[in-house]
Design a protein around this ligand. Structure first.
Ligand code: R5P
Length: 293
């Protein structure tokens, strides 16, 4: 039986995995020392167990609990140690955009690789990030799950907020027989984006905007404004990973979003699409089990 070891942000997801795949959820203690250093202790017995550490990467400080738990499992003689990181932190800096920058996606992969026999994640910002890991990294797609949700809501158009997100929109639209399109976005800073106006055939239609991340909500809000101005009947703002920084939710509502839909890779009140079954199936796949040993 697998022992799921949850990080501070991974308990709900680990519990869902244990329910899907008949495992146990470990008892874990966390505290913070007066100087800010983190302490973690897995109280459940680890020796000889097949351990899956489950921790999401938001807020980014969770990366540290993930490292502590992986090391604790290894140190206490788990038979195998795997990592489930539903949202991979620092993955957006996947190359050196400007001189003097680090490549944080590679750095995180290098930190995790010595501590685990495999890494399982969902909708990496770019699939290429997998190549930085020195152990097998499986990047699962939440697109089929969104397809099911969109179909049940009668979505007629799936819109990508920028060209980079078009593949995901196309995939989901094809799955449900909807149309797809994309907008042109330019990022000015971490919190500011501009979108080139584009004429879209959305009057009277139910439209879902689909992106990998909703962070400050700026991207989704700008896209929603265009759809509302062009007469869309209903606008669903969908993101795989919902970070909802600051007033993101208010921004989306003010822009005219009728619904906000995210997965449970980061738990929030908008986590209506669960990818736990997808991850549980991947963990049980014979190849994943063999690699764990
Ligand atoms: C960027 O490349 C991502 O795919 C998202 O579009 C971005 O993270 C969304 O950020 P925000 O919600 O702050 O506009």
């Amino acid at each position: 039986m697998v022992l799921y070891v949850p990080g501070e942000g991974g308990r709900a997801f680990a519990t869902r995995l244990a329910q899907q795949a008949a495992g146990e959820v470990a008892d874990v203690e966390f505290k913070t020392f007066p100087d800010g250093e983190q302490y973690a202790r897995i109280r459940s017995a680890l020796a000889g167990k097949d351990v899956v550490v489950v921790e999401t990467g938001f807020p980014p400080s969770r990366l540290w609990s993930l490292l502590l738990l992986l090391d604790a499992a290894r140190e206490n003689k788990a038979a195998s140690v795997r990592a489930v990181v539903p949202y991979m932190p620092y993955a957006r800096q996947d190359r050196r955009f400007l001189d003097g920058e680090p490549v944080t996606a590679r750095l995180v992969a290098e930190l995790l690789s010595p501590l685990t026999s495999s890494v399982l994640t969902v909708d990496l910002h770019k699939d290429d990030v997998k190549s930085h890991f020195r152990v097998p990294c499986m990047n699962l797609s939440a697109s089929p799950a969104f397809g099911r949700e969109f179909k049940s809501r009668g979505v007629e158009v799936v819109l990508a907020p920028d060209a980079g997100a078009e593949g995901r929109a196309r995939e989901v639209a094809t799955q449900i027989g909807a149309r797809h399109d994309h907008l042109e976005k330019k990022r000015l800073s971490g919190t500011e984006v501009v979108m080139t106006p584009k004429s879209l055939d959305v009057r009277g239609r139910t439209v879902a905007i689909l992106d990998d991340i909703i962070s400050t909500g700026g991207t989704m809000a700008k896209a929603t404004e265009q759809l509302v101005a062009q007469g869309a009947r209903r606008v669903i703002c969908a993101g795989v990973h919902g970070l909802f920084i600051g007033d993101a939710v208010a921004k989306l509502q003010k822009a005219g979003a009728n619904e906000i839909l995210c997965t449970d890779t980061i738990e929030s009140e908008f986590s209506h699409v669960s990818v736990a079954d997808l991850v549980a199936r991947a963990l049980q796949a014979p190849a994943a089990v063999r690699k764990a040993r």
